[in-house]
Structure formats: structure tokens, C-alpha cells
Design a protein around this ligand. Sequence first.
Ligand code: GLN
Length: 447
Amino acid sequence: LLDATLNRIEAARNLNAVVSLNEGASEQAGQIHRRLAAGEHLPLAGVPILVKDNISVAGTRTSCGSKILASYVSPYTATAVARLQAAGAVIVGKANMDEFAMGSSTESSAYGPTLNPWDTGRVPGGSSGGSAAAVAAGLTPVALGSDTGGSVRQPASLCGVYGLKPTYGRISRYGLVAYASSLDQIGPFAHTAEDLALLMNVLAGQDPLDATSLDAPPAFAPGTPEDLRGLRVGVVKESLAGNTAGVDATLQTTLDALRGAGATIAEVSLPELKYAIAAYYLIAMPEASSNLARYDGMVYGARVAGSDVTEAMTLTREQGFGPEVQRRIMIGTYALSSGYYDAYYSKAMKVRRLIANRFAEAFGQFDVLVTPTSPFPAFRRGEKTSDPLAMYAADVDTVAINLAGLPALSVPAGFETVNGVTLPVGIQFIAPALQDERLVRLAGGLE
Ligand code: GLN
């Protein structure tokens, strides 16, 4: 299985979904044979998995899609990865990503863009585009990404696979390189609800190494159509404008399927969502500016020599970080600075609270909420690279969920034909905090 996987990865090199291979994979596969022979029960025995290149695997490079970490080898393993390995999975390599998970297209990687397997002239979404493209192209059956504002769900939608962003704290962040710590969460990509359940039952759980991880033992199982009967589904009104025709049609087909299975559908308005993008970027960028201060050329990765320490740090950061990362560090620092903190960061935190409250209120009436995952299917490579605001707007349906810490799942639900090319379309379901299981049950019911 490992050889077949490596052959597939080699054959799909043009996609640039994989940035490095795990040299320890074949030894790990051997260990799994021995553990099985010894009678151990391994729920993921031999399953080949790719993980996004901001998740640490001891002895392998963790570049975060950045030049500044081109030579950085992780000395330890992320808890999520350790859990997969304990369950018998084999980490075959690392997946491409936007630099430091900042982006929605995987075009800001220092290692070149990842291509969408459905149409290589288009982006796979981002920032976990390598993981999404790899699963869509069948390189591995499942993969891990991280989702700070949509980076698992949006590429899942654009590549036609499932992508789950769990409740904040459901999966340990230990060993996930921080972008915006109060929003970051690791999440799985898969082709079926059953695979999602298998993975989540291994990944979720409290971790003494992550103080924000939650004590909520996982009980995931794919549901059946029976589980949809009586489900109260709220369609978020604010997500209904500005979508392409194929996205609108896919939402309607999905609602019809739910209705047909006995769910009740009603519209719900969450007016504060119009501030979600602004609040998200005013929180994510300040957190990023602080988290990325550690790349000063002294401890991690690359160092460019200078005549004194200040010059060495300046040159290292100037040459090591790409333009999007530099832009965010500058805006984040600005929003945190004295005189501007109250106007920007502190106001964004208040909006964050209002959004979370509004979601909580909606969940008094609904079991799940539904929106498109993205207003459009995969866009052309280069289409948004010169317009950062257009790129940020691609996250309009996903960022609010991270602000509120909620779980959400992008379900591959339909297609849109653009210039004769078939592109996948995803629909996003949102559940109350800690009801991640409900999303996987629902997904099974819709299959
Ligand atoms: N595209 C969003 C951003 O650039 C989300 C990224 C993510 O979830 N990591 O911040």
C-alpha cells in the first residue's frame, strides 16, 4: 500500500500537492506489521496519510510553505499525528500550503502553487490546498489540514471532498505551527462520512500538552437518512446573495434532499455576519504578527547574516517571509499598536462576541445551520493574486465559524460547469459547540 501510494504521488507530481516525503514511512509500515502480528487492534492499520506542512512530524521538515523554514526539521511530533500513528496510520509526507496558512488558494507557498486536479488551470483553494488536492486526486484516502478561517472547508469545497473544522479545542493544537492561536484548529479531509468518523474517533480528545484542548471523548459514526428526520435546519440568509448559479442550485438540491428525508427547513438571519470578514482579519493578523515574531533568525530555520543583530533579524525576515506574510505582520502590528488598539483590535473582539452570541441564539431554534462553503467554485490561478481584498473575500462563508469556535463541515454536494469544465461545489453545515458528531451523522444521512 505504501509503495502504491508513493507511485501515485510520483505520478501526480504536476499537481505539486506534496512538498516532502517522510523517509521514516517504510520503517513505520514495518512496525505496523509487527504490531498487528502481536494481536494489537489498530483502527487505521496501514492507512497512508498526508499532513499539511504546518503540522510537526519528528524528523521531517515542517516548512509551513515558507522559505524561512526551508531547513527546519521538527524535533517532535504533533499530538494529532502521534494519535494517528498510534492507531496504525503511516504518515507518507507533507502537503503544500499557503505560506503560514495565510491565503485561500495555495498560491502563496514558497514551493510553488498546488493545482486543482479537476482543472489544473484553477486553484485548489487554501490554505490547505495540498491536502485537499491530494485526497481529491486519490494520492491518499484522507489527509490533515488546519483551519483558521476556512482553510480546511474551502479547499475541500473547491476539490470535491469532505473537510471538517472541529469545535475549537476538540483536536489538540500541540505541534501545529501557530498562525492565529485563538482560531487555529486541525481538521481532516476525506471522501466519506465513515472515513471522517474513523479519523475523528482517533484525533479528538483532551491533551495535557494543549491547555485549550477539551475533555469531550469522541463518539463519531456516519448516520443514515433516518437521522435527518425531524432535523431543524436553518438556512443563513446572509449567505444567499452573491453566489454563482451552480452554488445556488447546489444549495437548493441539498435542501430538497434534507426536506425529502423529513428535515424542516427555515431561513434565519444572523445580521452581524456582515462584519465577520473585517473582524476576522483584525484578529487573525494581530495574532499572526505576535506568533511570527519568533522567526528572527536566532532559533528557527534560516538566518541571513548582518553587521549587527538588528540587521540580521531584519534581513532574515525580509528575505524569509513572502509578501502576504509581511503584509499581515505589518497590518497586525498596526492594529495592536497604542492609539489604534481600541479602534481596531478591541472593537473586532467585541464583534467576535456578538457573532458568537448570535450563533448561540440561532441554535435555540435550529439543530444545524447551512450555507454554501464558498460563493464560487475553484477560480483561475492568478485571478486573485494581485488583489488581496478579493482573496480575503473568498472566506466570507467560513471565517465567522472560527470566530465563534464552532464545528463546521463542508460536504461535497454538487457541481457547476464552467466553460465546459465540471467543478465541484461544497455546502457547509454548522453545529453548536461540541456537536461535531451531529455533522458527521448528517453527512452519512445525505450520502
Ligand atoms: N484564508 C484565510 C486566511 O488567509 C483562512 C486561512 C486559514 O484558515 N488558515 O487567513
